[in-house]
Design a protein around this ligand. Sequence first.
Ligand SMILES: Cc1cc2nc3c(=O)[nH]c(=O)nc-3n(C[C@H](O)[C@H](O)[C@H](O)COP(=O)(O)OP(=O)(O)OC[C@H]3O[C@@H](n4cnc5c(N)ncnc54)[C@H](O)[C@@H]3O)c2cc1C
Length: 478
Amino acid sequence: MTSPDTAAVPERARVVVVGGGVIGASVAYHLAHLGMPDVVLLERDRLTSGTTWHAAGLMATFGSTSQTSTELRMYTRDLYARLEAETGQATGLKQVGLIELAIEPGRLEEYRRVAAFNRLCGVEVHEISPAEVARRFPLARTDDVLAGFYIPGDGRVNPVDVTMALAKGARMRGARVVEGVPVTGFRQRRGAVTGVRTAQGDVEAEFVVNCAGMWARQLGELAGVSIPLQAAEHYYLLTEPIEGVDGDWPVLEDPANYGYYREEGGGLMLGLFEPVCAPWNVGGVPADFSFGELPPNWDRMAPYVERSMSRVPVVASIGIKKFFCGPESFTPDLLPIVGEAPELKNYFVAAGLNSIGILTGGGIGRVVAQWIAEGRPDIDVTGINIDRLHRYQANPEYRATRTVESLGLVYATHYPGRPMRTARGAKISPVHHRLVAQRAYFRDVSGWEGADWYAPEGAEPQAGELSWGPSMTPPAPA
Ligand SMILES: Cc1cc2nc3c(=O)[nH]c(=O)nc-3n(C[C@H](O)[C@H](O)[C@H](O)COP(=O)(O)OP(=O)(O)OC[C@H]3O[C@@H](n4cnc5c(N)ncnc54)[C@H](O)[C@@H]3O)c2cc1C
């Protein structure tokens, strides 16, 4: 670990980065590498003390049909692979590979499409047989597996070490990392941010980057900036040592059974993405929550744990060392919140990482740094830009209901045309009742209930079964 910078808070800086998780450290690292002078990172407590310290550290380049997300993932993996040589700080990167399981035809179809697209982006992906899955991860049950998708270059990393390496790399290029200094407010003039406030004095700055993780929404409010993210419970289970488990086995993901599996301490880590989730502290995240854990809700989670154990049955007969629950931020559309706030010039945000902050953190830092230094990002940010979001999405009721759905979508089969089902009805047009009378099937269109199609007379406007073929067709009249 690098030693904390205990120097006093400076009176001015070119850029103040707020928050020392993986994202803040990466933003500072990339700004420093672009030659930006006077970069100061202010961390409320200690580096990684928010969400980063307890992440599982999975590294996956596979899985997205967004070129931007895939580029962020590939860049991040390459960066972590060279950070130790640059900084002397190990990152714990182990490129042991990753296997995604397809056990239903719909997911097999999805993964074949994703694999084709990811290969186009430069990711090495192989479709492998159930026997090959069993050879690479011998404790997995494979009788119901249709295929595995194997990515040899993926694997795992140590999130704390990677953050320390990024912070060290930033310092080596002149950035300052100051711990134990919460930002308490912002200074602004004529629609632009001009600095931050702290108990140790104000820091004048040309740019401010809010990388405060699950606190980012509350912090944004102090500047009049809307950042509609919400913390939610997120779980993994650690077993006692299991005979035969090998640290060189690939990470295994079985989304249909809500689980991922990797070696940890001679046993297994079994991580979960349950389909129906639980937001945490909708009213606000406590200011003093550091290296914190949440009490696990066994009753809510037991059916999902049981189901995920069925993929690696030996887990059911092994002692459980720890059932860990920690908070992570989720956004209304499961995409990160990145870029210059529409409400305040030179106020940037990089938060809401939806449980892939480690595996995309390098890329997110690069994009934000580039955006600040050059005035524009170096890749297409349309899908992740903060300007896509609306103020109403930050209201407590919206966050409380939408988060129940969004985390669960991580492991869903991503059929085209699937509408968001929660937090609906936010905006209704004056003719809504007439559309209802015409049997409209509604979609969420930027918060508006928009008529997508109309059911024939005598039929209900209900969506058909989701599929990769024709779907969402209106039912025939009764
Ligand atoms: C159980 C679990 C497993 C996970 N597994 C994975 C995984 O396998 N792979 C993956 O990619 N991701 C994973 N994640 C997600 C990952 O941990 C997060 O996406 C990532 O850590 C978010 O980083 P961050 O920097 O945005 O937030 P944080 O790490 O929370 O950093 C924000 C920082 O801001 C500081 N801060 C807050 N307010 C202020 C203020 N006012 N002034 C100054 N500083 C402030 C906080 O102290 C904190 O250090 C997992 C998350 C959980 C909960």
